[in-house]
Design a protein around this ligand. Structure first.
Ligand SMILES: NC(=O)C1=CN([C@@H]2O[C@H](COP(=O)(O)OP(=O)(O)OC[C@H]3O[C@@H](n4cnc5c(N)ncnc54)[C@H](O)[C@@H]3O)[C@@H](O)[C@H]2O)[C@@H](O)CC1
Ligand SMILES: [K+]
Length: 507
């Protein structure tokens, strides 16, 4: 599990480590870690390879300069581009120059800097770290545009310059694709997006800041443990799971398993207009291998034809016992749909509401309030941005994690906000960022699959031996779904049903 912290939390942990940091000892250790990753990224042989350092005014630039000195010792041809020469880190600069590193002042030699970036084998981004206050000022923004347009991969130190370390504001990756010319004055004005380094890898120290998890610009995340992480009494701002955590959380069959010990999930999905949603959601639930899937809705015949093992009825009232409900995908919003939703919300088991179910909740906020009076079992809401805005119009989606947290608190539900980086928040303040996924998943029906996956996990968590709470079920489900999407995309598959076969193995 990766624990991410706010800048304030990281700064206070670092303060303790830096009290007695004579001779930049901590910074030198950080620089060695940077150089080790850089050496892995450079083509062989290393001597003569061109490395360009982008050096900002703070300690992040210091890290880059010390790392540059190490790379010089390995024979690389290293050039430091200083974005703010008067404020470049003195100790780092001296060490770098002692090793024969070359310097360019970007404030008066931008053309030379851009041309060096274009010819580089590796670019190291030491413009800004934890002290970043985006958006970037013009000199840095120009360098970032040029670095992103260059063929070389970028290794970002601590974070990709241009992102908000706390993740409160999003930055678009800057590239030629957004109409900007490398080296030219970045456009300003309301339409221009804040620019940020688009890193192939980011190496951070101790623990990442939350913004690093949220930003797609981070690329591959490396964490060097320099003894700088906050201690275990400090609650992380957000977490992210990896494949090993998720494998650990996956429900397992025991020798004495029966259907109720493996989880029985009920699904209300699909309608005459959207029959496919029923199949997609049920198929996903079945793929997670719960004890039993019950279907309750107008597509009962089609569902049983495809999965004879599913027990189907027309209405949740007649469905029999379940340990969690999913309601919403393609179920419609008419009178019968509203009645089915009401039945599900009245059940004293965990309930996941998605899609049309969320639309009905937005129109009838009293439904959730009534649910609170009828059951203490958790509710999971899985909106995309449009549904989120209809449910909580007052919350600012420019700051997705904060908005998601506020929504979870207000509605006393686990809220999973879908997106390029899906975020999940619990009413008690826990939050997670999902790091799996692919643009392949931005297609019709994949949300129905996600609902079925999380529904199965909720049911497993509600068994006598179940250990998955609703928040963890949502985080694990998002991870499995994203990983399945990556595998389906890599296999060249098309369409949401392709996810089924990858769900049982994913993550
Ligand atoms: N504190 C520690 O324990 C360690 C810190 N290290 C490095 O030190 C970094 C933090 O150093 P600093 O506190 O000096 O912070 P930065 O290196 O992020 O520099 C902050 C300075 O950049 C300027 N700046 C901020 N936003 C800007 C913008 N949008 N455009 C242009 N200029 C801007 C401001 O003048 C600010 O003072 C970490 O990210 C990490 O890379 C490492 O050396 C490891 C040890
Ligand atoms: K950086």
């Amino acid at each position: 599990m990766i624990s991410a912290y706010t800048v304030d939390q990281l700064r206070s942990a670092e303060r303790a480590a830096l009290v007695d940091d004579r001779d930049d000892a901590v910074m030198r250790r950080a620089a060695y870690a940077v150089a080790a990753v850089a050496l892995r990224m450079l083509p062989r042989p290393v001597p003569g390879r061109r490395v360009v350092l982008l050096v900002g005014p703070g300690n992040n630039g210091g890290d880059a300069l010390y790392a540059g000195a190490v790379l010089r010792r390995r024979g690389a041809d290293v050039l430091a581009v200083l974005a703010d020469p008067e404020r470049a880190h003195a100790g780092g600069l001296a060490a770098f120059q002692r090793r024969g590193g070359k310097l360019i002042d970007a404030t008066d030699a931008m053309t030379a800097a851009v041309s060096a970036l274009t010819r580089a084998d590796l670019i190291i981004d030491g413009l800004l770290g934890l002290g970043a206050r985006p958006p970037l000022r013009p000199t840095m923004a120009r360098l970032v545009l040029a670095a992103n347009a260059a063929p070389a991969p970028v290794l970002a130190i601590d974070l990709p310059s241009g992102i908000d370390p706390d993740g409160h504001r999003a930055a678009e990756p800057a590239s030629e694709g957004n109409g900007a010319t490398p080296g030219a004055e970045p456009q300003s004005g309301p339409e221009s997006e804040p620019v940020a380094v688009d890193a192939a890898s980011t190496i951070t120290f101790g623990a990442p800041s939350t913004g690093l998890l949220l930003a797609p610009q981070t690329g591959r995340l490396e964490i060097a443990d320099l003894g700088l992480a906050p201690d275990q009494r400090v609650l992380p701002d957000a977490i992210a799971l990896d494949d090993i955590d998720v494998a650990f959380h996956r429900p397992r069959l025991g020798r004495d398993s029966d259907k109720y010990s493996s989880g029985v999930v009920g699904i209300v999905a699909g309608s005459a207009k959207y029959p496919g949603a029923a199949l997609l959601c049920v198929g996903a639930a079945v793929s997670l291998r719960p004890g039993l899937v019950r279907y309750a809705g107008p597509q009962a015949a089609a569902v049983v034809q495809r999965w004879p093992e599913v027990v189907a009825s027309d209405d949740p009232v007649d469905a029999g016992r379940v340990q969690a409900w999913v309601a919403g995908p393609g179920m419609g919003t008419d009178g019968p749909a509203l009645r089915r939703l009401n039945v599900v919300l009245g059940a004293d088991v965990p309930v996941l509401i998605d899609a049309d179910g969320l639309t009905m909740l937005a129109h009838n906020p009293a439904l959730l309030v009534r649910r609170e009076r009828r059951s203490h079992a958790p509710v999971v809401l899985t909106p995309h941005a449009g549904e989120f805005a209809r449910l909580w119009p007052e919350l600012d989606l420019g700051d997705r994690l904060t908005a998601c947290r506020a929504a979870a608190r207000q509605s006393d539900a686990v809220v999973l906000l879908k997106g390029d980086r899906t975020v999940i928040a619990a009413p008690d303040g826990r939050a997670a960022v999902n790091l799996t996924g692919t643009p392949w998943l931005a297609s019709a029906g994949t949300g129905d699959v996600l609902a079925g996956v999380i529904g199965s996990l909720l049911a497993a968590g509600n068994t006598p031996g179940g250990t998955l709470d609703a928040f963890t079920a949502a985080v694990v489900g998002a991870h499995i779904h994203g990983r399945a999407g990556q595998r389906a995309a890599a296999a060249g598959k098309v369409g949401a049903p392709a996810l089924w076969e990858y769900l049982s193995a994913a993550g």
